[in-house]
Structures are given as structure tokens and as C-alpha cells.
Design a binder for this molecule. Structure first.
Ligand code: NIG
Ligand code: FE
Length: 394
């Protein structure tokens, strides 16, 4: 059994025991065996190991957990982005453009895009990435999207209810039946989660409830795109169905915040349903950012994710999202880093990632900086010196 000691860590973010909400330890070391963290402590007292990685006094943190991404698609929508920057609003209608391109693509073209974006994210420190379907919207195209997604992640999400495709435009009930019937059956072998875009212009709350309930009955966990473009009942539906995460949360009422706060665990460890905020979407659609402070002050557990997709947020960069959350959403750097690591893990109901404590997966990032603070303080700078997943350099 080969062991690895990462030592001479100037600032270690554990998200466990240690100083402050990030569980910081200084002059620390981490011992890794068989892909897991087995010991964390002062560098001066570190046990011997077969191999050593000298962090050189830099900061080390858990790999980012990006719990919301749409990587299976073809084409891009740069022209739509340019039109928005010239004043056009974002409505979600462009999803159908990507559906057309995705259906026309070969498996290998889709696979190449997923691998390219997954690699891009990995180089920016993302060690876990959720991947959704949702640009196929036929039984065969959703099944192949998830089959390809599953080659790159175990966190795969069936989003057959992303939008009603053009051929069902005048009979949305029939499309919901297709999603709940043959499409779900074809998706289930490759999916862990079910998701719905619950929004005006996509699926209303009754359709969303029906689809999520079918997915849940088939053994999938629930997540939902809710309250992105306007107020609505999506967040409360997520709470009603014990969703692991309600995503976007840009337009929230007091009742929505109360509903999320009401899912608090009795041990004070936050909420069972996480609010996942996606500031890349507000950046790229030039929209007002969600009010992270209001959620945090109400005790709601917050995650940050990229929403990487060709329409509303074509970034794979978690450091960029951390910087946006700090500058534009009034999160402290510590809150944003927690949300991008442990928060993402909570949004996926995982306790083996997002932390660097004994028993956790050895998924970590060595920064080219002395502190996690630099992720927000030095925006746009490539600060990821080294990434490890399961204790090895991928
Ligand atoms: O999360 N909101 C719905 N889905 C994506 C956007 C998809 C698209 O515009 O292609 C999102 O922002
Ligand atoms: Fe999304």
C-alpha cells in the first residue's frame, strides 16, 4: 500500500476541525493512503510516507465540487451572448437552438465536448462535477447524453424537462407523459438525479411536481432549477419533495427563504435542502445577482456552482464563481470557498468530498498562493498549481 504525504502546507482548508468556518490549520500536512485522507496534523509531526509532495508553504484546499453543469451539448451561442450584451434579455428560449445542434451531433462529438469541458474544469481545481442531460429531449438523445455524461462523472442528472421541444409545443402534457414514461425509463440506468427547469416558458409547478415525483419513484434524487427568471413556486416545490438542492434562487420571497430555513438539521449543521447559487448565469445574462446574504442570515446552506452551459453561463471556472460571489453577492471569501467545496458536496448529499478530514477522498488543490483569500483577491489569475483526485494527479 503506497502512501503520500502532502506537507509544508502554509494554510490548509479542511472544512472540518480547525480555525473558523473553514477549519483552517497552519503549517499542516495531510497523509493519503489508497486515495483517502488518513491523517491531518502539524507538518512537523507528520508520519513517514512512501512519497512526499512539498506544498512549499502554499495554501491547500479541498477540490471544488461543481454541483450544477450542463456539459452534453453541441455548438455554441456566442451570437446570443453578444445580443444580450447589446441589450437583449435572456429568456431561456435559446435552449432549443442547442437542442437542434445536439441532436445533429455524433456521440463522439458530444463526448469530445464533455471531455474538453471536464478537463478545463479539472485544471481549475474542480474534482467533482455534476453533469446534466437536457439538450437531447428525445428518448434516444436523452439516454445517449446521460450515457456519455456517466463516462465522466458519477453525479449525473436527467433533465429531460429542460424545455418543451418544438415538436411538442402545442401539447406539453404529452411531452410530460413522454418524460415520465419511456424517457425516464431510458435515462434511469445512467442517472443519479432528476431535475426540472421550473420557470415561466419552461415547466409550470404542476408539471414539475409530476416529473420530479416520477423520477423519485424510479429511485432518483431530486434537484430543481427554480426562481431564476422570476418569482414562483419552484423553490417551495423543491422543499416539498426533499430536493437535495434548489438551484438559481435569484427571485425569492420571504416564504421561499422560510421554507428552505425550515429544512434545517436539528444538530445545527445547516439545511437539508441546499440553495445553489450560480453567479456565472447572472454575469452572462447581465441580471441582478441572488441575495446570498439573506439566505445565509436565515441559516440556509448555500452552494456555488458554475451552471456551465452554452447559453446562460459558458464558464467552467469555480474560482471565477467564488470571485463573483464575494464581489457581487456579499459573501465573505470564507463563505464563498466553503460554498464551492463543502457546500457543493452537501448539494450532492455527499460527505466524502468537499472536506479534508480523515476518511474523506483525497481530492485537493494546491494553490499558487499563500491563502484561499487569493481566489477572490486575485480574480482571473490561474492560481491552481496542482490538482489531486483520489490521491493521484489526474
Ligand atoms: O441553468 N435555466 C435553464 N437552463 C440553463 C440554461 C440553458 C441554456 O440557456 O441553454 C441554466 O441557466
Ligand atoms: Fe442550469
Amino acid at each position: 500500500m503506497s502512501s503520500l504525504l502532502v506537507d509544508n502546507i502554509g494554510e490548509l482548508v479542511t472544512n472540518g476541525a480547525g480555525e473558523g468556518p473553514l477549519g483552517i490549520r497552519r503549517n499542516a500536512a495531510v497523509l493519503v493512503e489508497e486515495g483517502r485522507v488518513v491523517w491531518v496534523g502539524p507538518s512537523a509531526y507528520a508520519p513517514a510516507a512512501d512519497r512526499r509532495l512539498d506544498a512549499g508553504g502554499a495554501a491547500v484546499l479541498p477540490g471544488f465540487v461543481d454541483s450544477h453543469a450542463h456539459l452534453v451539448f453541441a455548438g455554441d451561442r456566442a451570437a446570443e451572448f453578444a445580443a444580450r450584451m447589446a441589450g437583449q434579455p435572456y429568456t431561456g428560449g435559446g435552449i432549443r437552438t442547442t437542442v437542434g445542434a445536439t441532436r445533429a451531433a455524433t456521440d463522439n462529438e458530444l463526448r469530445a465536448t464533455v471531455r474538453r469541458l471536464r478537463g478545463e474544469a479539472l485544471r481549475q481545481g474542480t474534482t467533482t462535477m455534476e453533469i446534466k442531460s437536457g439538450y437531447g429531449l428525445t428518448v434516444a438523445d436523452e439516454a445517449r447524453s446521460l450515457r456519455i455524461a456517466a463516462e465522466s462523472s458519477t453525479e449525473t442528472t436527467f433533465l429531460g424537462a429542460h424545455v418543451v421541444p418544438a415538436e411538442y409545443a402545442d401539447r406539453p402534457d404529452d411531452y410530460v407523459s413522454l418524460v415520465c414514461g419511456p424517457m425516464l425509463a431510458a435515462a434511469t440506468p445512467y442517472a443519479k438525479w432528476v431535475d426540472v427547469f421550473c420557470e415561466r416558458g419552461a415547466f409550470d409547478v404542476d408539471h414539475a411536481r409530476a416529473i420530479l415525483a416520477c423520477g423519485q419513484a424510479a429511485g432518483l434524487g431530486v434537484r430543481i432549477h427554480a426562481n431564476q427568471l422570476g418569482p414562483g413556486a419552484g423553490v417551495r416545490l423543491g422543499v416539498e419533495l426533499d430536493a437535495a438542492s434548489v438551484d438559481h434562487c435569484t427571485h425569492l420571497s420571504d416564504a421561499d427563504v422560510d421554507a428552505l430555513a425550515g429544512t434545517a438539521h436539528s444538530d445545527g449543521s445547516g439545511t437539508r435542502t441546499v440553495a445553489t447559487l450560480l453567479p456565472g448565469a447572472e454575469f452572462s445574462t447581465r441580471s441582478p445577482y441572488p441575495d446570498a446574504r439573506r439566505l445565509l442570515d436565515a441559516g440556509v446552506t448555500v452552494a456555488l456552482a458554475t451552471d456551465c452551459n452554452p447559453g446562460s453561463s459558458y464558464t467552467s471556472s469555480m474560482p471565477f464563481c467564488v470571485a463573483l460571489a464575494v464581489r457581487e453577492m456579499r459573501m465573505t471569501p470564507a463563505e464563498a470557498v466553503w460554498a464551492a467545496t463543502a457546500g457543493g458536496a452537501r448539494a450532492l448529499r455527499r460527505d466524502d468530498i468537499g472536506v479534508l478530514t480523515p476518511g474523506a477522498r483525497a481530492d485537493l488543490v494546491v494553490l499558487d498562493a499563500p491563502s484561499y483569500l487569493h481566489l477572490a483577491y486575485r480574480p482571473g489569475v490561474p492560481l491552481i498549481r496542482q490538482v489531486m483526485r483520489n490521491g493521484v494527479t489526474p
